[in-house]
Design a protein around this ligand. Structure first.
Ligand code: FES
Length: 283
């Protein structure tokens, strides 16, 4: 069975999974935003969950190898993986709370498999401490197989479905100014959505400095339309999951987005707003 067929079948899993997912997502979305920003990795400037997954996967890989070598150090590696799995699961749950449709279902299977693997590894550690080393090895071996398949699903979520990939990563800079709207369109603090060579841009006038500002309109989190967002001073809130960005610099003011919006240079000529990609936009 090809990977594509398998993941399609997982995405077609039955509705009870959705019924289970709705209230869980609702509960996670009620967690205070500052806590969620920490879990998202806003402070790090990169998604936190993928980085943390290295700890349990690495530790459990070491445990598997040490078990094969007959070393009791496998127990310590198993324990490190269990400890590392807790923050990893919390950040994963936070990431998953924004998903829907296929990616949500595959994410649900990913989470259930990880939970099962964690429970088996805990049971394995208990069995080892009680002197049942063979049983412990079997339990952690099964858990390791589940972890590997789940890691594969996590990779598919990122690379196949684009979860937590910077949605502005492929915008190409344009170095010459092009007219995009009338200056008068910005009156009244309006956010104006325009297209520049098939890239969506949101143009506005700063309430603080009065300058004309422009940033990419496709939210770096999951692609929400920022020109339809709500404005508060010089900050726009994404209408999809509430990330907040500075309308002039593109900097992240609040998660779940962790990547800033590309910025454009803007000027006014003969009543027309002209923009071009800022040279430092992708630094
Ligand atoms: S798409 Fe998720 S916050 Fe914008």
């Amino acid at each position: 069975m090809t990977n594509l067929r398998l993941t399609k079948q997982l995405a077609d899993l039955p509705e009870p999974l959705d019924e289970f997912a709705d209230p869980v997502q609702e509960a996670v979305n009620a967690v205070p935003q500052p806590v969620r920003d920490v879990l998202d990795g806003v402070w790090l400037g990169n998604p936190l969950h993928p980085a943390l997954t290295d700890v349990p996967i690495g530790a459990w890989s070491a445990a598997f190898a040490l078990d094969l070598a007959g070393s009791t150090a496998a127990d310590d590696a198993l324990a490190v993986g269990i400890l590392g799995a807790v923050p990893t699961a919390l950040t994963g749950l936070n990431d998953w709370s924004h998903l829907k449709d296929d990616s949500r279902r595959i994410g649900t299977v990913h989470a259930l498999l990880n939970t099962m693997s964690l429970a088996l590894n805990v049971a394995s550690l208990v069995a080892r401490k009680d002197g049942h080393r063979s049983l412990g090895r079997v339990l952690s071996g099964v858990a390791y197989a589940g972890t590997l398949f789940s890691a594969h699903l996590g990779g598919h979520l990122s690379f196949g479905l684009g979860v937590r990939v910077n949605r502005t990563a492929f915008e190409s800079p344009r170095d010459r100014y092009a007219p995009v709207c009338d200056e008068s369109d910005l009156n009244g603090g309006k956010l104006v959505g325009v297209e520049l060579e098939s890239e969506s841009v949101v143009v506005s006038r700063s309430e603080e400095s009065g300058e004309v500002c422009a940033i990419a309109a496709t939210c770096s989190h999951l692609g929400g339309p920022l020109h339809q967002g709500e404005r508060d001073g010089d900050v726009v809130t994404c209408p999809w999951h509430g990330s907040r960005f500075d309308l002039c610099t593109g900097e992240v003011r609040g998660g779940p987005a962790v990547y800033p919006q590309p910025r454009y240079e803007a000027r006014v000529r003969a009543g027309k707003v002209e923009i071009r990609a800022a040279k430092d936009s992708k630094d």
